[in-house]
Design a protein around this ligand. Structure first.
Ligand SMILES: CC(C)(COP(=O)(O)OP(=O)(O)OC[C@H]1O[C@@H](n2cnc3c(N)ncnc32)[C@H](O)[C@@H]1OP(=O)(O)O)[C@@H](O)C(=O)NCCC(=O)NCCS
Length: 244
């Protein structure tokens, strides 16, 4: 009922012991969490809980703070008509071209994505650390095999948008999606989602999922407009046992 997993990526960047805790069912009370917490030595816990009044009561009693809700969407299998790409922009997946992206470009995009995240929303987490998580996440996705496929939109040589995909058995996950602020609301996000859906379709993936935070209105609208439907909603709580 309670699952704990040490999060090595977050732990290394935040330089503390970070665990994820999953509460997929309603708890009787907080005692089960206390028992589990005694078995690990955590500095921070990020908890993902099903919406259950018992869990909310237990987590709040133990001093966990609600930082966001997260929506898991599933694609309904109907591709909407693909948007055309504005003149002067091109989509690339070529590793040689992606290898030439500048650090400044990658960081600009990482900061745009990260600024919408629960790491930014948590006042206890330093902004520099929140930024580092997304900068590393994109770099690992592009160059160190964390993602199975990446599509970038370039204007000339400038990176303006990116989508990354992870493939697990029969499921395709949209992992990161972002458009730099200057080029948002021009159809680039929708173009990348549709491009990615076509790719997954061709590769035979029928189960396609994406997770986004409830506060992210733009992303929620974008996925809903592309025939994604919410499959699960979880409450996300953070608790820090040690000051940063
Ligand atoms: C979410 C994001 C990728 C959307 O990309 P975008 O290129 O700006 O979006 P598009 O121009 O393709 O818009 C697609 C649809 O989303 C909706 N939308 C986009 N931005 C919106 C906003 N700020 N508010 C409300 N709706 C918005 C529009 O309805 C639009 O459809 P329409 O053009 O038919 O009206 C972009 O805002 C972004 O990079 N945000 C920061 C990172 C992020 O939140 N990533 C998603 C994490 S899962």
């Amino acid at each position: 009922m309670i699952k704990f997993r040490r999060e090595s990526f977050d732990s290394s960047i935040l330089k503390r012991e970070v665990y994820k805790m999953y509460l997929s069912r309603p708890l009787r009370d907080e005692s089960a969490i206390i028992t589990q917490l005694r078995k690990i030595s955590a500095d921070s816990i990020f908890c993902f809980s099903t919406f259950a009044p018992q869990n909310i009561a237990a987590l709040e009693k133990l001093g966990f703070s609600l930082v966001t809700i997260r929506n898991t969407y599933r694609f309904q299998g109907l591709l909407v008509k693909t948007k055309s790409l504005l003149k002067g922009f091109r989509v690339v997946a070529d590793k040689g071209i992606l290898a030439k992206l500048t650090v400044a470009d990658i960081n600009r995009l990482a900061d745009a994505i990260g600024s919408m995240s629960r790491y930014y929303r948590d006042p206890k987490i330093l902004r520099s650390n929140a930024r580092a998580i997304y900068r590393n996440w994109i770099t690992n996705s592009l160059y160190h095999g964390y993602a199975d496929q990446c599509f970038a939109i370039l204007k000339g040589d400038l990176l303006v948008a990116l989508i990354t995909i992870k493939l697990r058995q029969r499921t395709g996950y949209i992992d990161l999606l972002g458009v730099v602020p200057q080029f948002q609301k021009k159809g680039l996000g929708a173009y990348l989602v549709q491009h990615c859906l076509q790719y997954l379709n061709r590769e035979g993936f029928t189960d396609i999922r994406v997770i986004t935070e409830g506060e992210n209105v733009a992303a929620n609208i974008l996925y809903q407009k592309n025939n994604f439907v919410i499959n699960a909603v979880e409450l996300v709580y953070h608790k820090h046992f040690k000051n940063f």
